[in-house]
Every structure is written in C-alpha cells, then in structure tokens.
Write a protein that binds this ligand. Structure first.
Ligand SMILES: [Fe+2]
Ligand SMILES: [Fe+2]
Length: 166
C-alpha cells in the first residue's frame, strides 16, 4: 500500500484534476456563449479528459486499498476579457499541474514507492502532450488575435500539439 503521505498527495491531485475539469467546462461554456463552436468543443473535450485523469487516480487508490477522499471544487473563472485569455489561463493551469504531478512523483520516490512512480509516468507524458497542445493553440490564437475566425478554422482542420511528421 502506498504511504499515507502519498495517498494524501494523490487525493489532493484528484481535487486538482476535478478543478481543471470544472475550469475547462466553464471555458467551453464561455466560448459557446460567444459563438466559438470549435473552441467550445475543444475545451469541453479537455474537461472530459481531466475527469478521466481524476478517475484514473481514484481507481489507483481503490486498487491499492487506499482511502478515496473527494473534496469540494472551487468555482472556476467564468468571464474573460477576450477570446485569447481562456487559452492563456489553460496553459498556466497545465503548467502548474505538471509541477504538482512532479511533486507527487517526488513523494513516491522519497517513500521508495516504485509502483506509484510507475503509475505517475503516464501522467507526466500526458502533461507533456497537453502543455504542447495548449501552447500551440495559444501561439495560433495570438498570431490570429485580430481575426478570431482564423483560430476557429485552424481548430476545425488541425489537432493542436500534433506535429506534421506524426
Ligand atoms: Fe489532468
Ligand atoms: Fe490537463
């Protein structure tokens, strides 16, 4: 069984994944309200992914006979000054999740919990992908800031984070 310290830290991460999901739902709804259907769909899909991350963690707690402690989730930010701001917020959120998952990894290492280290590998890889897709999206959003529909067209055509040689 993972250490109590790791279990507490993983439960805290579950809360952050749900908070991320909640924030992406708020962003998806904001874009829908502003009539950006592609951006709205993109963020709703991200919200689903964050919920899946939380559930993967819950399942790991269950698999290791550890307590699952769900907490309340804070209200997300729901209003934005322009159509680029939510993407900036999303990138900051992904970067801070990468830091917290790395801290979780450190707890596993310090407690010689190799199984939990291995479990976290997938999440670290996932963070690399999510940071990459969000920073691609932000780059295109900033480049096309004065013609927002170009960003919608880009999203209809491309998958942010995917490189041409992939
Ligand atoms: Fe996540
Ligand atoms: Fe994420």
């Amino acid at each position: 069984m993972p250490s109590e310290r790791f279990v507490d830290a993983l439960n805290a991460q579950v809360a952050r994944e749900f908070a991320a999901s909640h924030q992406y739902t708020a962003i998806g709804a904001w874009y829908a309200g502003e009539t950006y259907p592609q951006l709205s769909a993109f963020f709703y899909a991200q919200a689903e992914e964050e919920r899946e991350h939380a559930l993967k963690m819950v399942n790991y707690l269950l698999d290791t006979n550890s307590p699952v402690n769900l907490t309340g989730v804070e209200a997300p930010r729901a209003s934005f000054e322009d159509h680029v701001a939510p993407i900036r917020l999303a990138l900051e959120q992904e970067q801070s999740v990468t830091v917290s998952i790395s801290e979780l990894f450190e707890v596993a290492r310090e407690t010689r919990d190799y199984r939990s280290e291995q479990f976290l590998d997938w999440f670290l890889q996932e963070q690399t992908e999510e940071e990459s897709s969000m920073s691609d999206l932000l780059a295109v959003a900033e480049r096309t800031a004065s013609v927002p529909m170009l960003l919608e067209e880009y999203l209809a055509r491309e998958t942010p984070g995917q490189h041409p040689a992939e």
